[in-house]
Design a protein around this ligand. Structure first.
Ligand SMILES: CCNc1nc2cc3[nH]c(NC)nc3cc2c(=O)[nH]1
Ligand SMILES: [Zn+2]
Length: 372
């Protein structure tokens, strides 16, 4: 049995949603799951205990960032990322490619790999499938992501085709680099832009390698949501039913529910923690801009229905004051709430699948939240 595998408990009768458990060397996680992002070996402003308290069992960390600083060798010497950051839950590491595109400067893609300049000190750097695998093995992550190229949006059919074919060649190099045990935790990534024929080609090439899990890449890159959902509609069914499916970079409450209904098991997104730090809270009745004047004399909690540490102990007025005063506690209280909110949302989604009422839950969620 692979180091990482999905146990499907129930398949929804009216949608493609699945209720399951993701078994990893660092615990078993209920799916569908939202993973908080801990880019530099920390979920910003939160201790591992607080991450556990909000109900997260698996987080994401970024290879690109840890490779540049403090360096994967140092983390390995520290005993690996779990030890280094004192987190005994599961960790998924990305492979660095996407970050190079979104952060690095002056990058050049070659068959060999990607040359770029560090966003930290401008130094010339190089990442390849082989180096990415070495880094992720040093970090000791539970889920290793393949080194791929996320095709930009929009891009031509020719670009998307050349790019997906290189991503396939890179995936084979990833698999060859990993030890047999570590291939048990390697997730392949399907590319192909917004082109159905290319998504079919990529899915066929990637799933041929019979890996423990598959991600759908090249989405949530600026395309309209209905295009993302359309790509999911025809791509997810191409993936093996019994393997976990991971939609990277998603997302907002509506996109999480829509993704679950299309058969996605795993999600990650920086949105909840990022908007928290600039003063926006997620609630079941929509976003609340806590830092706005409207909250100045609002002595109630962010969300009365929320059970998080923040909502049990502090008012919107106090949190707004902290944010305006640039007090770090404000960032922490907002992050705790937003992450708890998404864990509650995913718990409610799992319950809805269990009780065969996911479409009805979606309707209620969307109308409460104010979506169309
Ligand atoms: C695992 C690294 N590879 C990889 N990461 C990604 C991360 C994303 N994050 C978003 N929206 C925020 N889209 C993504 C696409 C990819 C993608 O196509 N590939
Ligand atoms: Zn709360």
């Amino acid at each position: 049995m692979a180091a990482v595998y999905l146990e499907i408990l129930k398949e929804d009768s009216r949608t493609k949603a699945r209720l399951g458990k993701l078994h990893t060397p660092h615990g078993t996680i209920d799916t569908p799951v939202f993973m908080p992002v801990g880019t530099q070996g920390t979920v910003k402003t939160m201790t591992p205990e607080e991450i556990k308290e909000i109900g997260a069992g698996m987080i994401l960390s970024n290879t690109y960032h840890l490779f540049l600083r403090p360096g994967h060798e140092l983390v390995r010497e520290a005993g690996g990322l779990h030890r280094f950051m004192n987190w005994d839950g599961a960790i998924l590491t990305d492979s660095g490619g996407f970050q190079v595109f979104s952060l690095g400067d002056m990058r050049t893609i070659r068959e060999e790999g990607v040359e770029f300049r560090s966003h930290i000190d401008g130094s010339r750097q190089f990442l390849s499938p082989e180096i990415s695998m070495q880094v992720q093995m040093s970090l000791g992550s539970d889920v290793v992501m393949a080194f791929d190229e996320c095709a930009p949006y929009p891009c031509t059919h020719t670009y998307a085709k050349d790019s997906l074919e290189r991503t396939t060649r890179w995936l084979k190099r990833c698999k060859e680099t990993l030890t047999t045990t570590d291939t048990q935790s390697l997730f392949g990534i399907v590319q192909g832009g917004m082109f159905e024929d290319l998504r079919r080609q990529s899915a066929a090439e990637i799933t041929e390698l019979d890996l423990p899990g598959y991600a759908i890449g090249g989405l949530s890159v600026g395309e309209p949501k209905d295009i993302m959902y359309e790509v999911l509609d025809y791509t997810v069914p191409l993936l093996p039913r019994e393997k976990p499916r991971y939609l990277m970079g998603v997302g907002s409450p509506d996109a999480l529910i829509e993704g679950v209904m299309r058969g996605i098991d795993m999600f990650d997104c920086v949105l909840p923690t990022r908007i928290a730090r600039n003063g926006t809270a997620l609630t079941r009745f929509g976003k609340v801009i806590v830092r706005n004047a409207g909250s100045a004399r609002d002595f109630g909690p962010i969300d009365p229905s929320c059970d998080c540490y923040t909502c049990r102990n502090y008012s919107r007025a106090y949190i707004r004051h902290l944010l305006k005063a640039e007090e770090i506690l404000g960032l922490r209280l907002m992050s705790i709430h937003n992450l708890r909110y998404l864990q509650i949302l995913m718990h409610e989604v799992r319950e809805a699948i269990k009780e065969d009422r996911l479409p009805e839950y979606r309707e209620k969620c969307f109308s409460d939240y104010g979506y169309e």
